[in-house]
Design a protein around this ligand. Structure first.
Ligand SMILES: Cc1ncc(COP(=O)(O)O)c(C=O)c1O
Length: 357
């Protein structure tokens, strides 16, 4: 009998490094792996997978909507949402640094045939009046304009620093969109960070949004998966686009089980990630050569500016030599993200590494 190819499959996460590159680096914990191992499964393309069905129902209920669709990634979730809400030649209104615009390979153009009207924002949070003036309608323009039909809000805003929208701002943007006959999609990859940071229920935050994408594989600690959430008609149409984009999965219950576990156990604990990001931000901001805009440190992220001309590459390399991994996100900017596997000691080690270099 040959030795198992998976000798450490049930081990708890362990590393001698402090990995602050992203909240996407988390590995399933032993308890989550047990949930995966014990999951009853079926063919989800045939609608038979009990765990996927349960996860979709749970996500819809949490967000106060009728239905949800399990998809492999946040990028696919946004792509399916955009394709379902729009027609080729339509225009999307979204923020200049949004994931949809910056990091999705131009999928909105290639897959949906849409243009984007960009809104500049403070720490990623759009001002409702700017959204209003960015919406262009074909009608009444002698056909000069594309047709603005969709507004996308990213909450929390990743490049904004992990910032949260005020409820009144979301509500106002939704009203503006409705008046202009536009749908609203929320890229809520980290919606539950906003829920924990603001204390506002998820269903209230997204009350007036037509669709929401949430990610299980970021702060919630699942290995794979996102959910697109909305009303039943929207999700039925989105189901067709997911098929065409190749996102139908078969015995996906092994992934859904991890997602269900994450929704049950890993939402509230994100308060610890937020406290650790703040501890790191405040300490590094005190040091010569670094500055952190503390106003933007609202959840699990900390963007660090290099103030004395050091290159971000060099600083990342110097920190890595000390066992601390961050991402360079601009020539003078680094990003640190706290998550499931970052403990208080790890933050102290990161602070020491910053003060040593
Ligand atoms: C705000 C936001 N939206 C969408 C995504 C895409 O998620 P995925 O990596 O699962 O495609 C990310 C990924 O980091 C993100 O930060």
């Amino acid at each position: 009998m040959s030795e198992s190819a998976f000798p450490e499959a049930m081990r708890e996460y362990s590393s001698d490094r402090v990995d602050l590159r992203s909240d996407t680096v988390t590995q399933p914990t032993a308890a989550m792996r047990e949930a995966i191992a014990g999951a009853p499964v079926g063919d989800d393309v045939l609608g038979d997978d009990p765990m996927v069905n349960m996860l979709q129902e749970r996500a819809a209920a949490l967000l106060g909507k009728e239905a949800a669709l399990f998809v492999p990634s946040g990028t696919m979730s946004n792509a399916v949402a955009i394709r379902t809400h729009t027609n080729p030649g339509d225009e999307i209104v979204t923020e200049t640094t949004s994931h949809i615009y910056v990091y999705e390979g131009g999928g909105y153009a290639a897959l949906s045939g849409c243009s984007i009207a960009l809104v500049d924002a403070h720490h990623g949070i759009m001002v409702p009046a700017d959204v209003e003036s960015a919406i262009r309608k074909a009608e009444g323009s002698l056909s000069h304009y594309p047709n603005g039909t969709l507004v996308c809000i990213e909450n929390t805003s990743n490049r904004g620093g992990g910032t949260c929208y005020e409820l009144s701002t979301i509500d106002e943007i939704c009203q503006i969109a409705k008046r202009a006959d536009c749908k609203v999609h929320m890229d809520g990859a980290r919606l539950f960070n906003a829920v924990v940071a603001t204390g506002i229920d998820a269903s209230r935050i997204v009350q007036d949004c037509d669709s929401i994408s949430i990610c299980l594989s970021k702060g919630l600690g699942a290995p794979v998966g996102s959910l697109l959430v909305g009303d039943s008609d929207f999700i039925a149409e989105a189901h067709r686009w997911r098929k065409m984009f190749g996102g139908g999965m078969r015995q996906a219950g092994i992934l859904a089980a991890a997602g269900l576990y994450a929704l049950e156990h890993n939402i509230e604990r994100q308060a610890e990630d937020h406290a650790r990001a703040r501890r790191l931000a405040e300490a590094v901001n005190e040091m010569d050569g670094f500055s952190v805009n503390l106003e933007a440190v609202q959840t699990n992220m900390c963007y660090i500016s290099l103030t004395t001309g050091q290159s971000a590459d060099d600083v990342v390399a110097a920190l890595a030599e000390r066992g601390v991994d961050l991402l360079e996100v601009g020539p003078n900017t680094l990003r640190a993200v706290c998550h499931l596997h970052v403990e208080d000691d790890d933050i102290e080690r990161a602070i020491t590494a910053f003060s040593d270099i």
